[in-house]
Design a protein around this ligand. Structure first.
Ligand code: ADP
Length: 542
């Protein structure tokens, strides 16, 4: 017997329709690339997205066409997402921080036909264009008055291009499983892999990430997504905020501590989301300027492990709740968030920080388990770690062009490549990337845990741990540190600091100091480069 409820396809256009109907005057505030603060609202965003959809169709674009964006978080970028998906085309966010050759490779793999680009990246596009045979047109996200001279062929200013149509248009209807968006993983090994979101997965992901134990967004919130839309589906916020009717504050190109602080306070931001590096910059700025965060209620921190000192500073110095989150491009991207269940809600001080160091538990719609190499599930005891696997309606079932098929099994589980344990209360903690874990004498040492403890040293700015070959133990940890400005800690200081915090056999065999630690385009420690740098390094114990 079939249910007798309506078929209401889960399309991205439904989200902006809802926002424009129920929260029409809710503001979308952006720091524009041109400089000034720009204000619009959901009603106007929808109207302009409809024009964009109409204009795209007039230019001959349609269902399945990949349309790239290389842009900061602004109202225009938001309009692009809704306009593109509104005709069944596919937004493809590009990370401008990648190497130009990588961007060209990705754009050719996706066969992008049109590119929306911010002024900032025009020089980059000038260099790229000759390598992009499928690219037909470039729309520069500005108006004619701000349009510079450019060598880019077929480049038009966005505002004038948009105004050539009247907006008398209706969203296209299609199956909810139709592709809506694309984002490539950074591909630390091998070529980048394309993740293809559907309308259905995007809508479901927004619904699950709105839950109180997840982002907990409400129409009373002012949400500042500092995480760029080009990083892991923008953590879904371009969809989740309008769905919740929350006010959106967009940082444009400025993500330094002073700019973020100014935007939070002048726009009375209540909730924000970014990677730890951004928060470290903000905290440093607050410390030197004596600033406060009176309106900010909570920050979502993910992308890499949130250092304990960041959580401590936000919660205990500035009165801002930290929600530690884990996810990945392949998961739309939310996987787990560290809300407080009743089992841990009465913890305080260091015990509370112990809980919040974990990445948390999944919302409805994400299933997770930890297995050994033979795919046998490991106990939820908070210490036995193994491969973290996930499944759900907003988790990838394959990569574009069927790359990396070995990461998906017959039961639909996706191997995240992360190593983790889960405790009795269901809290998951990432202990490593599978390729970074240090295998010492048949046991595993977590490089992330060592790094987290090492950066707790008051004179260490950043730390990375890699495994080096060892004749007896197979691999042993090397700790690489960057000193804080004006500080000069010694190897002995650091080892003494670690000694009462970790098991003896976890102690790094050596500590070296470097000027800087290499990072990936998404701000993570680039362990491949570090391993290369220290390939011939001989540990004193070897
Ligand atoms: P990219 O690989 O392109 O940087 P992703 O955002 O998809 O982009 O990276 C996902 C990976 O980032 C995860 O598999 C995990 O290793 C790491 N990660 C994300 N959030 C956290 C977190 N809170 N703690 C530790 N690692 C994290």
């Amino acid at each position: 017997m079939r249910g007798l409820m309506q078929d209401w396809p889960l399309l991205c256009s439904k989200i902006i329709d809802h926002a424009a109907r129920e929260h029409p005057r809710r503001e979308v505030v952006s720091r524009s690339v041109e400089g000034p603060i720009h204000r619009t609202n959901y009603k106007a965003v929808r109207e302009r997205a409809l024009k964009l959809a109409q204009r795209l169709e007039k230019d001959g674009f349609g269902v399945g066409d990949r349309i790239a964006t290389m842009a900061w978080n602004t109202w225009r970028h938001l309009e692009c997402w809704y306009g593109i998906t509104g005709i069944g085309a596919v937004y493809h966010t590009l990370n401008p921080r990648l190497f130009p050759e990588q961007i060209a490779w990705i754009m050719n793999d996706a066969e992008d036909k049109l590119l929306f680009v911010d002024l900032t990246f025009l020089p980059l596009v000038e260099a790229l264009q000759p390598k992009l045979p499928s690219l037909r047109k470039v729309v520069v996200l500005t108006d004619a008055a701000n349009m510079p001279e450019t060598k880019v062929a077929n480049a038009v200013p966005y505002e004038e291009w948009l105004n050539e149509v009247d907006g008398d248009f209706a969203w296209k209807e299609f199956d909810e499983t139709t592709a809506a968006g694309m984002c490539y993983t950074s591909g630390t090994t091998g070529n980048p892999k394309g993740v293809v979101y559907s309308h259905r997965s995007n809508v479901l992901h927004s619904m699950l990430s709105q839950a109180p134990d997840a982002m907990g967004l409400a129409s009373r919130d002012s949400m500042l997504p500092i995480v760029p839309l080009f990083h892991a589906n923008g953590w879904g916020l371009a969809l989740t905020a309008p769905m919740a009717g929350a006010r959106l504050v967009m940082p444009g190109p400025k993500m330094d501590g002073a700019s973020v602080h100014e935007l939070i306070n002048t726009e009375k931001v209540t909730c924000s989301a970014a990677v730890p590096t951004v928060w470290l910059m903000l905290l440093q700025h607050l410390q030197s300027s004596g600033g406060e965060l009176p309106t900010l209620d909570r920050v979502v921190i993910g992308g890499s492990a949130c250092p304990r000192k960041v959580t401590d500073a936000f919660q205990n110095r500035y009165g801002v709740k930290v929600v530690h989150a884990w996810g990945m491009t392949e998961m739309s991207p939310l996987g787990t968030l560290c809300a407080l269940k009743p089992e841990v809600a009465d913890k305080t001080g260091e015990e509370l920080l112990d809980v919040e160091e974990k990445q948390g538990f999944p919302p409805f719609g994400v299933e997770m388990k930890v297995t050994d190499d033979a795919n046998v599930e490991r106990p939820r005891d908070g210490k036995t770690f193994g491969r973290l696997k996930v499944r759900g309606p907003a988790v990838a079932s394959a990569y574009f062009k069927n790359q990396g098929a070995e990461m998906f099994d017959e039961e639909g589980w996706f191997d995240t490549g992360d190593v983790a344990h889960i405790d009795e209360n269901g809290y998951m903690q990432i202990t490593d990337r599978a390729k970074d874990v240090i295998k010492s004498g048949g046991e595993w040492i977590s490089s992330i845990e060592l790094e987290n403890i090492a950066v707790g040293h008051p004179e260490v700015a950043e730390a990375a741990v890699i495994g080096l070959q060892h004749p007896k133990w197979d691999e042993r940890p090397l700790l690489v540190c960057v000193k804080k400005e004006g500080c000069d800690p010694t190897k002995e200081d650091i080892l003494a600091f670690l000694s009462d915090k970790i098991a003896k056999w976890w102690m790094p065999d050596d500590v070296v100091f470097v000027e800087a630690i290499p990072h990936t385009a998404t701000g993570k420690i680039q362990k491949t480069t570090l391993r290369e740098d220290f390939r011939d390094y001989v540990l004193p114990t070897a």
